[in-house]
Structure formats: structure tokens, C-alpha cells
Design a protein around this ligand. Structure first.
Ligand SMILES: Cc1cc2nc3c(=O)[nH]c(=O)nc-3n(C[C@H](O)[C@H](O)[C@H](O)COP(=O)(O)OP(=O)(O)OC[C@H]3O[C@@H](n4cnc5c(N)ncnc54)[C@H](O)[C@@H]3O)c2cc1C
Length: 474
């Protein structure tokens, strides 16, 4: 049989998706190959029917790779967290997460970044950033490294379908049993690869490439996908009095309650908005809200509780108010809390806790008024109405079911030569650098496993060919 016309050029490894995980996978694979001995590489070239090159390609649907990276950490890219506590990750299989995170942990990640030219710094709260505090420098370093290693990044390449291909033939000789993946793009281009890493990310921020196409592609191959919902996202609450505070912020505590019991509690800067609340602690609490956002009955059981002065005891608040009233009894209630809290927030708390005009002097305050104000300071509750959804979410909770993949390699349990990495998988983390660390760790493991497995498969098939030749006397 002759070589068929217009046969797509085969490549060694195709990475679908040029985000944090995909770039890491391709760079790791290319760097590992570059370290192999000439005889290993020759064998690989011959068995894969390749010329001098050992092509590794990234197929990216956007007009440039890594666009999401540029917006991370408010443009500063919070790329990891020290220490990297695994309890900050979520998945249907918690033990699965350990595989990639232990094989390419924080130390290995920082060492890798340093080797490829990115210096990092750790803030006192444990968040790790590039030393430049610019997300663009992380992407620049990754792109420079990809270029140095000869990785081809093919942009505007929206992959639609992935399937195992028939072996290619050179004359009557099969080019290689490993050339088994056929990748088709929406604009009808085809790529053939021995190994494929799928790293198409999640659904959030469609403007940055977020979509379900990777999950769809994998579903067609029979891979289950767990329920997906937006995470690390702003929370919508009742807005009656909140709307009037839009733009005001305070440093305090936010807790998510279900049926009155706290599910989780976070400290930090809380921001009031037209739709509800935002700020790091709120984003951190959004996951359980988002998980039940489609179910009004479950949503009704949730409340967001704000503590405006978490470091102040009830007695401390009370003493402050008594002193204030004693010092300036004619002071209008509208100004009573000024000096303790942002003015508009103080006024809102008095309105919520007292049935009095704020034009009255503070001398009218009674003991029960004080108790009501103290309670309001520590326990202001808001009915929860949902989240801002996919458009604003930083990550996707849920995804490709991890039980289909091996935690120690990220290789598929169902198909040879197929690997998955990054947010596409059913793994998400808290705010604070955990999601990018997952992208680095899983991308590294998938890329490394893909080329290691390929070389191992070639070596064992080479040995069995030699054995067969010896046995048949050729
Ligand atoms: C506003 C914002 C701020 C964030 N800040 C932080 C932070 O500070 N720290 C942190 O840890 N995490 C942060 N995250 C989360 C983090 O960016 C992601 O978890 C991480 O980028 C996931 O990496 P990934 O490679 O799996 O996916 P992505 O980075 O999304 O990359 C996937 C790539 O695949 C491409 N693609 C998708 N489908 C196809 C297809 N069919 N064919 C070809 N290409 C395709 C996409 O265009 C994209 O380039 C933030 C996210 C957002 C949106």
C-alpha cells in the first residue's frame, strides 16, 4: 500500500490547550527528551516514522497561548502557595490529587521556574508570586522556554474531535503502531500524534477561552464528566440595604451558614457591590453556594454572616460606645459609629439594629440598643441568592472524572497514549495560588509521563521485534 496523499505530518506529542497546564506539559516533555541519549532518540524517530525533528506541538484555540495567565492574581499571578496544604483542594477523589502534587510539589515547581528563568517571592500570607509581580513575565518565560525547546504553538486552532486513528503506512510497512491519535479541528485540519495531553481548562471566563469543548471531546471517547459549577466567584445576596453601600469595604470576617451552622469562615477585605458582596473571603466561600445555585430550596438554607469587628469582644464594643456617648452626648446617631467603622457601614448597622431616626442624639441609646448594635456588628446576616456564574468565576468545580486516569502518571486507564491535565479534570482549589499549582503539577506529570511511556513502549517493541527477527532467523 502506498502512502496516502495529504497525510498529515505525524508528531510525537500533541498538547491540546495552551494554558498553564498545557505549556508546562509540552515544556517538560521536550526538556526530558532533550536529555535522552542519541540512540534513544534515533530509535524513537525510526519507530515513529519521523525525520530529524521530534515534534511536540501545542494546539491552542485562542490567537495566543496562555491568555488566562495574564489576568491571574489581578495581573500579578499568584502562582502557588506556601505551604501547599492539600486540604485546600476539592475533587470527588481526594487521594488522586496527591499523585501530581507530590510528584511535582511546590519546591520542585519553584526550582523548575528558577531554572527556566523565573524568580519568585513568597508574601507573608504564603501566596507565591513572580518576583516582578507581573503575570506577563510568567507567560513570557514559558513562551521563551517553549521556543528554546522547539515546541510549535499552533494558535487559532480549535480542536473539535479526538479519536484513535488507523495505523499509517509507508509502502506496505505500518509507520508505527504508536501513531494512534487523530485530532480534528473545527476548521477541518487534522493532526496525528503518538501521544496526546488534553489540557483544555474549565468553563469559566468564556472570553479567555473557557468552554466545554474539551469535556465534550472526552465524552465522545466515553469519559464521564462530573457535575460542573463555577467556583471562586462573587456571591449575590439580598440587596435592599447592601446596594446603598456599593463600593464600601471593610476588613473583617465572612462566614457561610447553612441552617444557622457555619460551613466555613474567612477573614479579609469584604466589598459591598450592587449585587451583593465580593472580596477574597467571599470568593473563598462561594463554592457551596454555587453548588446549589440551581436549587432554590437549598439556597434558602444559606446565609452569609458578616462580622465587622472580629477582633473586638462584645464588651470592648460596648465600652467604646458608652465612652463615645459619654464624651459627646449630643452627637447625631448618623455619626456615632464614625471612628470605629467606615461611615456608611456604621450608619447601615445602626439602621439595621435600631428602630430610630439617625438624626437623634446618641444620648437616646438604651442598654437594649447597645446590645442590638453589638449583635449587628458581629452577626449581620444576608440571604444568599446565588453567584455571578461562569462569566466571573475563576475556576470550574467538577470536570473530567479522575477515576479514568492514573494518579501517578495522569495516563488514561481506558486508552493508551492519552493523558489529561489542569482544570479540565475534576480538581479545583481555593483562592491563593492552589489552582495554578495544580496546573503546573498536573501539566508536568502528564507531559513527562507521555514521553517516558512512549520511549518505554518503543524500547519494549524494539526488543520484541529483535526477538521475533532472531527467532525467525532474519
Ligand atoms: C480572573 C482569574 C484570576 C485567576 N487568578 C488565579 C490566581 O491568582 N492563582 C491561581 O492559582 N489561579 C488563578 N486563576 C485560575 C487559573 O487561572 C486556572 O486554574 C488555570 O489557568 C488553569 O490552567 P489550565 O491550563 O488547566 O487551563 P487554562 O489556563 O484555561 O488553559 C486552557 C487552554 O485551552 C484552550 N482551549 C480550550 N478548549 C480548546 C480546544 N477545543 N482546542 C484548543 N484549545 C482549547 C483555551 O483557550 C486555554 O488557552 C484565575 C482565573 C481567573 C479567570
Amino acid at each position: 500500500m502506498a502512502v496516502r496523499d495529504k497525510q498529515p505530518d505525524p508528531c510525537l506529542l500533541a498538547v491540546i490547550g495552551g494554558g498553564a497546564a498545557g505549556l508546562t506539559a509540552a515544556i517538560t516533555a521536550a526538556a526530558w527528551l532533550a536529555e535522552q541519549s542519541p540512540s534513544v532518540l534515533d530509535q524513537l524517530r525510526e519507530s515513529c516514522g519521523l525525520g530529524q525533528a521530534l515534534p511536540i506541538i501545542i494546539l491552542e484555540k485562542n490567537d495566543r497561548a496562555g491568555r488566562r495567565l495574564l489576568v491571574t492574581g489581578n495581573g500579578r499571578c499568584n502562582l502557588s502557595h506556601q505551604p501547599l496544604d492539600h486540604r485546600h483542594y476539592f475533587s470527588q477523589s481526594a487521594p488522586f490529587i496527591q499523585g501530581p502534587l507530590q510528584r511535582f510539589d511546590l519546591e520542585a515547581t519553584l526550582d523548575w521556574f528558577s531554572r527556566i528563568g523565573l524568580a519568585c517571592r513568597t508574601e507573608p500570607d504564603g501566596r507565591v508570586f513572580p518576583n516582578s509581580l507581573q503575570a506577563a513575565s510568567v507567560l513570557d518565560i514559558l513562551r521563551q522556554e517553549a521556543e528554546r525547546l522547539g515546541i510549535e504553538i499552533i494558535t487559532d486552532c480549535d480542536v473539535e474531535q479526538l479519536r484513535e486513528s488507523q495505523p499509517l503506512y509507508l509502502g506496505d510497512r505500518p509507520l508505527d503502531a504508536h501513531h494512534k491519535w487523530q485530532i480534528k479541528t473545527r476548521d477541518r485540519r487534522t493532526f496525528i500524534a503518538s501521544r496526546v495531553v488534553v489540557a483544555t481548562g474549565g468553563l469559566s471566563y468564556p472570553s479567555l477561552g473557557g468552554s466545554e469543548s474539551g469535556h465534550q471531546m472526552m465524552r465522545q471517547l466515553g469519559y464521564p464528566v462530573t457535575r460542573m459549577f463555577p467556583s471562586i466567584v462573587q456571591i449575590k445576596t439580598e440587596t435592599d440595604w447592601v446596594r446603598g453601600l456599593a463600593g464600601s469595604k471593610f476588613e473583617g470576617r465572612a462566614a457561610l451558614l447553612r441552617d444557622g451552622s457555619p460551613l466555613r469562615c474567612e477573614d479579609g477585605e469584604v466589598l459591598f457591590t450592587r449585587y451583593g458582596v465580593s472580596g477574597p473571603p467571599v470568593l473563598q466561600l462561594a463554592r457551596p453556594v454555587s453548588a446549589c445555585a440551581d436549587d432554590p430550596a437549598s439556597l434558602q438554607r444559606l446565609r452569609l454572616e458578616l462580622d465587622f469587628l472580629p477582633d473586638w469582644t462584645d464588651d470592648a464594643c460596648l465600652s467604646w460606645m458608652i465612652m463615645r456617648r459619654h464624651h459627646h452626648p449630643s452627637l447625631e446617631l448618623a455619626d456615632f459609629m464614625t471612628g470605629l467603622l467606615p461611615k456608611r457601614i456604621g450608619q447601615a448597622l445602626l439602621k439595621l439594629s435600631l428602630n430610630r431616626s439617625l438624626g437623634l442624639p446618641c444620648s437616646v441609646l438604651t442598654e437594649s440598643d447597645y446590645a442590638a448594635i453589638v449583635h449587628q456588628i458581629h452577626h449581620t446576616q444576608l440571604a444568599v441568592e446565588g453567584t455571578l456564574g461562569w462569566d466571573q468565576a475563576q475556576v470550574t468545580a467538577g470536570g473530567l472524572d479522575v477515576s479514568s486516569f492514573r494518579p501517578n502518571t495522569l495516563a488514561s486507564r481506558r486508552h493508551e497514549g492519552l493523558y489529561a491535565a489542569g482544570e479540565l479534570l475534576d480538581v479545583d482549589g481555593d483562592c491563593g495560588g492552589y489552582n495554578l499549582q495544580w496546573a503546573w503539577s498536573s501539566g508536568h506529570l502528564a507531559g513527562l509521563s507521555a514521553v517516558r511511556d512512549l520511549v518505554a513502549a518503543n524500547q519494549s517493541s524494539g526488543r520484541s521485534h529483535t526477538g521475533r527477527r532472531r527467532r525467525s532467523g532474519k
